[in-house]
Design a protein around this ligand. Structure first.
Ligand SMILES: [Zn+2]
Ligand SMILES: [Zn+2]
Length: 188
């Protein structure tokens, strides 16, 4: 759907003031809390971002799967020359705020000497991933062990259920309580 066609372009342009210094087309109308200008919401016209409406009016619909990246980083700017359709991944990669956050996260992770369960991040216990993050080997072993135990318990329960269909059975030793509950009481 071409948003630009749903709005009177002159209505939008009358509410835009070009910035002489940056060349940004600043939206003087309603601005959402996230900083993007918006139009619509009346006369059954769907709300949409002003910069998308302007871009689509001039260039046609934004290709599916892409979003408009503000090259000028001014969210209320509608200058189509400052907009470029990019993938979401690319848009996030370009965002200075998200990049700074990612760097802070990485540094925080690197500063840790122990995993969240208290195992040391020493040479013997650390598996280095290609992208720079670290894995705790001790935690990995515990995860594998828990997975195997869960699988064994499920197999055991299936066996008990299958034999229960044939009639009352003796519950084998070592079957956890919840599996025991599935076996009908003798004489039932
Ligand atoms: Zn701009
Ligand atoms: Zn650990």
């Amino acid at each position: 759907m071409i948003y630009g066609d749903r709005y009177r372009y002159d209505y939008i342009m009358a509410r835009i003031s070009p910035c002489p210094n940056t060349g940004c087309w600043l939206w003087a109308g309603s601005v959402k809390s996230n900083g993007y200008g918006q139009v619509g919401g009346k006369f059954r016209i769907k709300k949409c971002h002003v910069h998308i409406a302007v871009f689509e009016h001039l260039h046609g619909p934004v290709p599916k799967g892409l979003e408009l990246d503000h090259l000028c980083r001014v969210r209320s700017c509608c200058n189509p020359d400052h907009l470029e359709p990019v993938t979401r991944q690319e848009n996030c990669r370009r965002s200075p705020m998200l990049r700074a956050w990612a760097v802070r996260q990485q540094e925080r992770q690197k500063a840790k000497t122990r995993c969240k369960h208290g195992h040391p991040f020493d040479e013997a216990n650390t598996r280095h991933r290609p992208r720079g993050s670290r894995d705790c080997r001790a935690c990995g072993r515990i995860r594998a062990k828990n997975k195997a135990a869960k699988k064994a318990m499920e197999a055991n329960r299936d066996a008990v259920e299958a034999s229960a269909a044939d009639g009352p059975v003796l519950v084998p030793d070592g079957v956890p309580g919840d599996a025991r509950d599935l076996v009908p009481a003798a004489g039932a």
